[in-house]
Design a protein around this ligand. Structure first.
Ligand code: ADP
Ligand code: MG
Length: 728
């Protein structure tokens, strides 16, 4: 009998809720640990403050003297907050964050000790970066990379360390991280969107992309989670029979949050609030033990940093509350997986949300401009956008008939569809005064400030317009939002640039008025991008067929989805928008493919362990008991025992059949892995893992789950779904 499972159950049942008191108002706690503008005003000289603000607003350089001043002030503040160390905090291509702590403490030549932190340490560092994935950018003789301060994301004190958000680049200038390309994309977006926004308001001088993510996760008792080798090593259950009850009663969603979970959430939220993460919403999600947390939206770069920081804080706080957080997109078969919807919009420095309909026809034309350009961009680059959320773990959601399909489409609701249909009929060239009035009054003028039917949202749509923002729903719960945000902002920026060019041409060459030119270009965009609009059921088979007819991509696996990254169209896009060079794109593709291979490889190995070291031994142990019983029956009843042992014999045989198949499949899977490992080309290897190795997983799982059903509960070694999901 396996002890671990039962010990874990006992441990989980003895937990008490950790009570968390809210001592201050959240608004007073907010950003207490952040060196934000408010703190800078208190701690910096006027010159230094101006210089940092300039760097934040326009990306201007901060000179060394000023950097020294800023560092000195930051250090004094951080020490007053209890910090002893500092680190550059960056986002290598692993998808997570990285840090290396150095003490402020230093020795002078005369042996005296002091606390030191200067401009040099603030602005640039050289972590030993050779162990981070680089997709071949850094070959060994130039294995150096450096991190450089990103002043647009404020430094913060976490625990006892001053963390300075940085980018991570090679000495040859290529980005080795997820932040540098994002910053470049956001810059491209600012330029392109500001130029277009000026058609409507000359005072606009900056446009920020905004992001509000919704983080879904599972909370599982720590002892229970760690009792399973698969959860420990892969973050998900590779086998496990569904519990008799799952989510079919719909009793978890928005239900009363369990006591221990609420303790965790309060603690987490206070920590987040201190770190300046504006957490706002918490609720139960659809699956048992699944929850969601959402913040108030922020500028996209900051929001990305905050999401990464949040995930880190969540793990730490969960540990304190004896939980393990699962960020995996599909930790349990048969119930919902987890995503991270990315709500995205564009905001001007004049305080206008460019994707929000307004109160005048002009404001609505502005709204329609950004709205239609986004649709056009997604239509042109749908496959590229899909690639930005591809990962081995997210493959379990996309294309698995639950969360959004792998096919990208846009839901805009009936009201806006009607508006676009009408705009399609706008005359070519100059518009008559009557037509203009008609457009003003009855088409553009009729868009209500609050779009009612968008409250009736299509939950199956992967890219939905939700009243004043788009919501990208395919993003995985584990994914670094920088990836989809880089692509989305790049494609929309490119589209806006193109739009501006076309409109200006009509104004200059065809003598059209500004609004006439805009209507003319938008009309063509509406016509050209129709195939991406879909308001029906995204999960249905009919849509898959229809999407194929519309020539929309449907890449269900990561190796397939990643191919588009290096297509000429994509490389041209990244280059022309100055977001990534060809080397950088190829490196990313390589890193993502490698990650995919490793992921499947590790799962394959764990399957081997589970089958050989857990499932088969305990199954045989139980089978032996039954055999002993049958032999005993025979001893008592002689030949007549057959009438009484029917059931036992059937169980013995069923077990034997499953064990034989299980062994066969596991060995075949191991063999397929060996073959795949021999391949040198990364793409081919990833495809081999996808097509030849992974298909065994479900088959192996099928036999294991059948055995779980057959074997005595006391002999089953792995913590069961009902225990993982219903012990709260
Ligand atoms: P849901 O019903 O999908 O949970 P909410 O209205 O609660 O939607 O908003 C979800 C997320 O959208 C929140 O994180 C919120 O901050 C974000 N959001 C709202 N407006 C914007 C915006 N203009 N830009 C980006 N994100 C936004
Ligand atoms: Mg949402």
């Amino acid at each position: 009998m396996s002890e671990q499972r039962f010990q874990a159950i006992t441990a989980s049942q003895q937990r008490n809720r950790i009570d968390i008191k809210e001592e201050t108002l959240r608004s007073e706690l907010f950003a207490k640990n952040v060196f934000n503008e408010h703190k800078m005003v208190q701690h910096l000289t006027k010159d230094a403050l101006e210089s940092v603000k300039g760097a934040i607003l326009s990306g201007s350089k901060i000179d060394r003297k000023i950097a020294d001043q800023v560092a000195e002030a930051m250090k004094a503040w951080a020490i007053s907050m209890g910090a002893t160390h500092y680190t550059h905090w960056f986002q290598p291509l692993t998808g997570a964050t990285a840090e290396k702590h150095d003490a402020f403490f230093d020795l002078l030549p005369d042996g005296k000790a002091l606390e030191k932190f200067g401009g040099r340490q603030l602005v640039q560092q050289e972590p030993d970066a050779s162990s981070f994935p680089s997709g071949g950018i850094r070959n060994t003789f130039e294995a150096r990379g450096y991190t450089a301060w990103d002043p647009t994301s404020p430094a913060f004190v976490y625990d006892t360390t001053l963390c300075i958000p940085t980018i991570f680049v090679s000495y040859t200038g290529e980005a080795l991280d997820n932040k540098a390309p994002l910053l470049r994309a956001l810059h491209a977006m600012d330029e392109a969107a500001t130029a277009v926004a000026k058609y409507f308001d000359k005072n606009v001088s900056k446009v920020n992309a905004t992001l509000g993510w919704e983080q879904e996760y599972f909370l599982i008792d720590k002892a229970l989670a760690y009792s399973r080798p698969d959860i420990l090593m892969t973050g998900r259950t590779l086998i496990g029979r569904s519990a008799a009850k799952g989510q079919q009663l719909d009793d978890h969603y928005f239900g009363v949050i369990p006591q221990r979970a609420i303790g965790f959430m309060k603690d987490l939220e206070q920590e987040c609030t201190k770190l300046g993460i504006p957490v706002k919403t918490r609720h139960n999600e659809v699956a048992p033990n699944q929850f969601e947390l959402a913040p108030v939206f922020e500028e996209a770069n900051l929001a990305v940093d905050h999401n990464l920081l949040l995930m880190d804080v969540m793990e730490k706080v969960a540990d304190k509350h004896h939980f393990k957080v699962l960020f995996h997109e599909k930790p349990f078969a048969g119930i919902n997986g987890s995503g991270k919807h990315n709500n995205w919009s564009l905001a001007t420095d004049t305080g206008v949300n460019l994707l929000s309909p307004g109160s005048t026809p002009m404001k609505n034309l502005q709204f329609l401009t950004f709205f239609i350009n986004t649709i056009k961009a997604v239509d042109t680059y749908e496959e590229l956008l899909r690639s930005s959320i591809a990962s081995a773990s997210n493959d379990h959601r996309l294309g698995a008939n639950e969360a959004p399909p792998a096919i990208l489409s846009i839901f805009i609701g009936k009201q806006l569809s009607d508006v676009l249909d009408e705009l399609e009929g706008v005359s070519h060239g100059k518009l008559s005064p009557e037509e203009k009035t008609e457009l003003k009054l009855n088409v553009v003028g009729k868009i209500p400030e609050i779009l009612l039917d968008n409250t009736d949202r299509n939950r199956t749509s992967p890219f939905a317009f939700t009243g004043n923002k788009f919501e990208m729903r395919g993003v995985g719960s584990k994914t670094n939002c920088a990836k989809p945000m880089t692509i989305l902002n790049t494609i929309v920026a490119r589209q806006l640039k193109e739009f501006k060019k076309e409109v200006d041409e009509l104004i200059d060459k065809k003598n059209l008025k500004k609004d006439e030119a805009i209507f003319n270009v938008l009309r063509e965009y509406i016509k050209k991008s129709k195939r991406i609009r879909f308001d029906g059921d995204g999960y249905s088979e009919a849509w898959e067929k229809e999407a194929k007819r519309r020539k929309l991509s449907n890449n269900k696996s990561t190796p397939k989805a990643l191919q588009i990254l290096t297509a000429k169209k994509s490389l041209d896009l990244f280059k022309s928008m100055k977001v990534m060079s060809e080397t950088e794109v190829r490196a990313r593709q390589e890193v993502e493919l490698e990650a995919y291979i490793l992921h499947i490889q590790i799962e394959g190995r764990i399957y081997g362990e589970l089958v050989y070291n857990h499932v088969i031994p305990s199954t045989i142990e139980y089978q032996n008991q039954v055999i002993k019983n049958v032999l005993g029956m025979k001893e008592i009843y002689g030949a007549a025992h057959m009438t009484f042992s029917d059931g036992q014999l059937a169980i013995i045989e069923q077990i034997a059949t499953h064990v034989a198949e299980l062994k066969k499949k596991t060995d075949a899977m191991t063999d397929a892995r060996r073959k795949a490992n021999k391949l040198v080309d990364t793409h081919k290897k990833a495809v081999a893992y996808c097509e030849n190795v992974q298909p065994y997983f479900d088959q192996i799982r099928g036999h294991c789950d059948k055995l779980e059903q057959l074997v005595d509960n006391r002999s089953w070694p792995l913590t069961k779904y009902r225990e993982l999901l219903f012990i709260k």
